[in-house]
Design a protein around this ligand. Structure first.
Ligand code: GCB
Length: 605
């Protein structure tokens, strides 16, 4: 069956809280589509915070829900009252924003931070109110006026909680607990090569909707067709018809919804301009559910695989990309704004790119919206990275839930062509079972896009690299990472390496690269210099040009990014320096090598 309704996995969430719940956890409500296109009340800005390394506040909440718990934002009522905290007199953090890059004392901090802010609210009698959190890394719990409204796990996906009953007309306060401790059974697990930025890293806002409202919709070209649009709408709080309008295409169709609020959309769109990097055409689409009308800007394109080719709108394409972390250009810290997105994706365009790998987790919505507008194809990934606890059902449930939340938020973005199930996951039977479940989940939620993962490889002969990871059989596109010239062998050796695979599928070289400190110069065999990095890239290109089934490249990485693993003083200083651009926006020599390579690729395709 095509275009299945969203798979909202509340059951999973209930099982994944590792903190030991005595009572049922209040779960997030089903994700409301396109919050950015609705009327919202921003709660961004200055929040008070209490860093709580011993988790006292949480302990009190769990075991002694006393009248003075942090979540109550209590104030002494008499001079005798014992209340050992005070949000109002505590320091502040900006939201959105990670805590590590805002305060020196929190730079290396991992643990709990309690956020608090007050807000004035004119509560409408005929509406429902939701609180939306763009991302909170890693576990979070939300209280409004002392009532717990929801809890969430996963640091890179959005959630929203209904607060209609908890919010009042007049003064209100919200307290959010955020804990970014790493756990062996979490997703990602304890070891990653990026900074574990904690906090409310994306927008926090209130969304008002009518009692019966359009909660979600999916609209893309039917797989295999360039004129048939297919998808569904989902109404929450009741059932009612939804009219879908695309004025530019003279489309208007009323969709009936069933008792659960679902309605299937099938539309014929004559004279459609297909979305592509050269023509990133977006149509204004109106979903009219009576007193709830939502506008979106949606592009329509097809993506498929034929043998070793990737076809965009029916034509073979070479993906001229680069990997990107959600690291803020110029200022360090987690990126979140449209300006960050414009800068990062602008550099990809400048490199003659048409594609980007958003590594290693779902990025903020501004990135995928901007990619839609700028015409950049996207690989979107979940943080199933390295040594996941493969045999643990709660870990699988957690990964599935993050994948579901990622697809739920971004399924209408034409830019996204690939869902990646993970990165460099070593082969084993439990891993295969785990990854296959994820592939099944992604295909069930979204039958229109391609599925991939960044795999590991090995030498089957001294100069032959082999990609035979059994997971390849389950993927549409093979991705793989290799570091010839940096972690293995010499840059020049790449000239003699050939690639083989039993799979008759397209390959994207999802990583290759070398570290260089911007401005450090020397000979091509002096590590850390721009010349060393440039030399690695030149020899990589010799090798890449000889791989007959190569259909895309995303070198590692667009910009230097913070990582606690990178401790070499002077050169690294806690930065992975494999950026083609420094964290201050300076382009290294290798940037221009890629720019030239992509110029040639774009003229030969
Ligand atoms: C990799 C990982 C990436 C690292 C990179 C490196 O293979 O996928 O997350 O940052 O290598 O620089 O070592």
């Amino acid at each position: 069956m095509r275009h299945l309704p969203p798979f909202i996995s509340l059951v999973f969430l209930a099982t994944i809280f590792t903190v030991g719940a005595a009572s049922a956890e209040p779960q997030p409500s089903p994700l409301i589509a396109s919050i950015e296109n609705r009327k919202t009340i921003s709660l961004n800005g200055t929040w008070h915070y209490i860093a709580d390394p011993y988790d006292n506040g949480y302990y009190d909440y769990r075991h002694h829900p006393r009248k003075d718990g942090y979540f109550l934002n209590a104030q002494p009522k008499s001079p005798q009252d014992l209340i050992e905290y005070n949000f109002e007199k505590s320091d502040t953090l900006q939201v959105p924003g990670d805590w590590n890059s805002q305060r020196k004392e929190l730079f290396m901090y991992e643990g709990t931070v309690w956020y608090e802010r007050s807000f004035l609210y004119h509560k409408p009698a005929d509406k429902r109110t939701f609180l939306s959190v763009g991302a909170a890394n890693y576990e979070s719990r939300v209280w409004v006026n002392g009532t717990e409204v929801c809890a969430h796990i996963g640091g890179f996906t959005s959630y929203n909680c209904e607060i209609t009953d908890a919010v009042k007309d007049g003064d209100n306060f919200v307290v959010i607990y955020v804990n970014d401790n790493r756990h062996a059974d979490a997703v990602p697990t304890v070891n990653t090569d990026w900074w574990n930025y904690g906090g409310l890293t994306r927008d926090v806002e209130l969304v008002e909707v009518p009692k019966v409202f359009l909660q979600d919709y999916f609209l893309q070209l039917q797989k295999g067709s360039q004129s048939e649009l297919a998808g569904w709408v989902k109404v929450d709080g009741g059932s009612r018809p939804v009219t879908v309008r695309i004025p530019e295409l003279h489309i208007e169709k009323q969709i009936q919804t069933d008792a659960n609020g679902y309605g299937r959309i099938v539309l014929t769109a004559a004279g459609l301009t297909l979305w592509s990097p050269d023509t990133p055409k977006l149509y204004d689409v109106e979903f009219d559910a009576g007193d709830d009308v939502v506008h979106d800007q949606i592009g329509f394109r097809t993506i498929e695989v034929r043998g070793q080719d990737i076809l965009l709108n029916g034509k073979p394409i070479f993906l001229r990309g680069v990997s990107v972390h959600e690291e803020a250009p110029y200022r360090s810290g987690r990126a979140f704004s449209t300006d960050d997105a414009r800068t990062l994706l602008g550099w990809v365009k400048e490199m003659n790119g048409n594609y980007v790998r958003l590594a290693h987790y779902p990025h903020n919505r501004n990135m995928t919206r901007m990619a839609d507008r700028m015409g950049l194809l996207v690989w979107s990934e979940i943080p199933v990275y390295w040594t996941i606890d493969w045999s643990n059902p709660a870990t699988l449930a957690n990964a599935k839930n993050q994948l579901t939340e990622e697809i739920t938020r971004d399924k209408n973005r034409a830019a996204i062509i690939i869902w990646s199930m993970g990165n460099e996951t070593p082969i084993s039977d439990p891993r295969m079972a785990f990854m296959r479940e994820l592939v099944k989940t992604a295909r069930g939620l979204d039958p229109t896009r391609l599925i991939s993962a960044a795999l590991e490889t090995h030498y089957s002969e001294p100069n032959v690299k082999m990609i035979d990871d059994p997971l390849g059989a389950d993927l549409d596109v093979i991705g793989c990472n290799e570091y010839v010239g940096w972690y293995e062998r010499k840059a020049e050796d790449a000239d003699h390496i050939t690639w083989r695979t039993p799979y008759d599928k397209p390959l994207i070289m999802t990583e290759f690269g070398a570290d260089a400190e911007f401005g450090l110069h020397g000979s091509p065999d002096q590590r850390w210099t721009e010349e060393f990095q440039e030399n690695v890239y030149r020899h990589q290109i010799v090798m890449l040009n000889k791989i007959p089934f190569l259909r895309g490249t995303t070198p590692w990485i667009l910009m230097d990014f913070r990582s606690p693993r990178r401790v070499l003083p002077v050169v690294q200083d806690f930065y992975n320096r494999k950026g083609l651009i420094s964290d201050r926006g300076q382009k290294k020599k290798a940037f221009y090598v890629m720019q030239e390579f992509y110029k040639e690729k774009s003229s030969s395709h």
